[in-house]
Design a protein around this ligand. Structure first.
Ligand code: 6R9
Length: 675
């Protein structure tokens, strides 16, 4: 409290603060510092130095900006959009929307009539404004050793060459291009080249199988697939081109043919002589692209023209092609990047996500480059050659001694609720108790951060994503869809649109409406559970299909997991609900122990006691299942669907386990079921 007092001027009057718009009245308590329940959730304050230098340095400043964004969205977002280059300004109204299924089809439009190009804004704009020689991308290869880099001017040249090639082979505005590349510089180059000519990129994470790739090719029917022959992640090469060959053959069976497979020769992984080749269809990137001119005219597009498709898995069925458009996405990713990371032009920024996921789209490629930032792109795995690699990379690009991590300023977290124990490790150990953590809640569908700390603005609570970003109105509703105010928990929805929102599911607007807008009419439904504490902080509790109802008590699996993980012997935990005769649902916990700790009855009891102590007796797990490993997707998400089946002993209904990072863990778990 001392710190915040120093960092932020005292508040004039409480009446000045919003009570209606934005629905975050409890943040008042934070500002006035009078009623925060620090005994419940320890508060972690940004240092006075950090706040002083921050873009948003106090709760009042945030509130002022937030209130404006809600009361005058057109004005607020127009001002931000004006920081970019528009060939022609957008028309009126600045945005139009219908998020209420009862009032007709769902539609969202921002900056309609505005003519721009996101590649131009990422590259040409920066080159022309003095950043030509600034490093845009540092590329760190899988094998520790010399790295590569591209300045903004060089990146622009590379992008133009590829754009010219794509145009030459007939790719036009609106055509889909599938990109199946690992984290080479060629991946953001390919995305930007598509954007430059108005083509719609569909990046498929290079860890997906041939079958999944084929499914995506069949859905968006590209003329061109861009890939590389192989990649090394860790010690072993993966032959991506073989996977693409199979996928293209598979797609042909559904009548979808690919004319060109542009293949980058990734020499460190595989020589071209050893690459399987289809004459007439396959083309080596290095043989053609460098021969094209380094300038390429921009295809000016409407703000509402499509920018990309990104497939994401639903609860069932085929993947959903989330569609984002140019203008709103551009404005939203740029501004969320800037504020959530308190971006300074001298920063070197590294996001470890792969461009195959939304985080890599918004916060490796577009958000940072729109801000003229220097981005690190890393080809390999975080634990190769050992688990110190990340800190090695951090130090390398600031040229300080091994593992000092002194250059770190802000840390980020995304993708799953981060439990307080992990949060504290990240904060204390990685960040030396010095760097604020931006725990950003958002989704493929939302385009950019939705609920996120602004690191200099207010104290953090370990495990809370804190408050909404500008223009975002999170709403918590009960099962009837009625908005609940104040301290509460329920389903997380969003009221009104924001520029980065997805506009449809490709080719299936009906599924878009059904999945996201029908469950709670009038709102966008996120599929997540959330509670808001009395200070207005948001706590994401996981997907609502992960909520367990025990004797009428709603328990977030994440809460139980958090409690388990706080036990010194527990490394990781995943909790699912199972049918229970008396309680409705019982709690079933898969627990991975810290290396070297043996399973024992005593430990089982002590884990249960920990949960009882932290949440209450009603939340005590009915079963602890020892788990040497947990089934995870290649992006690191625990596949609870599989755990639920194991827990309920429906072993013949495990479903597709092929997308797991390590399918072997399932067998292990089944064997350990009765230990
Ligand atoms: C960006 C991304 C979206 C789902 C989302 C939620 C979970 C993401 C989170 C978080 C708690 C956070 N999620 N960020 N949960 N705290 N900071 O991950 O997109 O792959 O589409 O996943 O991830 O459950 O609904 P996506």
């Amino acid at each position: 409290r001392q710190e915040i007092g120093m960092a932020n001027p005292p508040v004039e009057s409480m009446k000045e603060l919003p009570s209606g718009a934005g629905k975050i009245p409890h943040i008042n308590a934070v500002i006035l510092g009078d009623s925060l329940a620090s005994e419940e959730h320890d508060l972690v304050f940004p240092s006075a130095d950090f706040s002083r230098e921050a873009l948003v340095s106090s709760p009042e400043q945030y509130l002022q900006m937030y209130r404006r964004s809600i009361e005058d969205p057109a004005g607020f977002w127009s001002e931000i959009a004006s920081q970019f280059y528009w060939k022609q300004k957008w028309g009126q109204p600045v945005f139009s929307q219908n998020l209420d299924v009862r009032k007709g089809p769902i539609h969202i439009e921002w900056f309609k009539g505005g003519v721009t190009n996101i590649c131009y804004n990422c590259l040409d704009r920066n080159v022309e404004s003095g950043n030509a020689d600034k490093v845009a991308i540092y590329w760190e290869p899988n094998e520790p050793g010399p790295h590569d880099s591209l300045t903004y001017a060089q990146l622009l040249h590379r992008v133009c060459q590829l754009a010219n090639y794509l145009k030459d082979i007939g790719v036009k505005k609106g055509d889909a291009v599938v990109i199946y590349l690992p984290m080479l510089m060629e991946l953001p180059i390919a995305m930007l080249a598509c954007a430059r000519i108005g083509a719609v990129h569909s990046v498929v994470f290079a860890g997906f199988s041939a079958e999944s790739l084929a499914q995506r090719i069949v859905d968006c029917k590209p003329k061109v697939v861009i890939t590389c022959n192989a990649v090394k992640r860790g010690p072993k090469p993966i032959h991506l081109k073989d996977i693409v060959d199979t996928a293209i053959d598979e797609s042909a069976k559904s009548g979808v043919s690919v004319d060109v497979c542009l293949t980058y020769e990734n020499q460190s992984a595989l020589k071209r002589e050893s690459t399987k080749w289809r004459e007439g269809r396959d083309v080596w990137w290095q043989d053609v692209v460098p021969n094209y001119p380094t300038t390429c005219e921009v295809e000016w597009v409407d703000a509402e023209d499509p920018l990309f498709l990104l497939y994401t898995s639903g609860s069932t069925g085929k993947p959903k092609g989330v569609l984002h458009t140019v203008g709103g996405y551009m404005v939203y990713t740029a501004i969320t990047f800037k504020y959530a990371f308190d971006y300074k032009p001298s920063d070197i920024y590294w996001c470890t996500a792969d461009c195959g996921w939304i985080t890599g789209h918004s916060y490796v490629t577009y958000g940072p480059l729109l801000n003229g930032a220097t981005v690190v792109v890393y080809e390999g795995a975080p634990n190769y050659p050992d688990s110190g690699r990340c800190w090695d990379i951090v130090d390398k690009f600031k040229y300080v001694t091994r593992y000092s991590r002194k250059s770190l300023r802000v840390l980020g977290s995304v993708g799953e609720p981060i439990n307080p124990t992990a949060w504290r490790w990240f904060f204390n150990v990685v960040g030396d108790s010095r760097c604020p953590i931006s725990d950003t809640w958002w989704q493929t569908e939302t385009g950019g951060f939705m609920i996120t700390p602004l690191p200099g603005a207010w104290p953090q609570k370990p495990g809370s994503a804190t408050f909404p970003f500008f223009g975002v109105q999170p709403v918590i509703v009960d099962e009837k869809g009625v908005e609940i105010e104040g301290e509460c928990s329920g389903y997380l929805c969003v009221k009104d649109s924001w520029p980065g929102a997805f506009r449809t599911l490709y080719g299936d607007h009906e599924r878009y409406e059904t999945t996201y807008f029908k469950p709670f009419p009038g709102y966008y439904f996120s599929g997540d559970g959330c509670s808001r504490d009395k200070d207005g902080y948001h706590w994401l509790t996981g997907r609502v299909d992960d909520v367990i109802n025990v004797s009428g008590h709603r328990i977030g699996t994440a809460e139980v997991e958090s409690a388990l993980v706080s036990h010194p012997n527990c490394a990781e935990a995943a909790v699912v609900g199972v049918e229970h005769e008396v309680k409705g649902q019982g709690i079933y916990a898969f627990v991975t122990l810290v290396e070297g700790v043996p399973y024992s009855e005593e430990l089982r009891k002590s884990l249960i006691v920990t949960v009882r102590q932290q949440i209450g007796a009603f939340a005590a797990p009915d079963k602890i299942h020892w788990a040497p490993g947990l089934p995870k997707t290649r992006s690191g998400k625990i596949m609870r669907r599989i755990l639920r089946k194991i827990a309920s002993k429906q072993l013949d209904e495990l479903g597709d386990t092929s997308t797991l990072a390590d399918p072997g863990v399932v067998k292990q778990l089944i064997e350990l079921a009765d230990r």
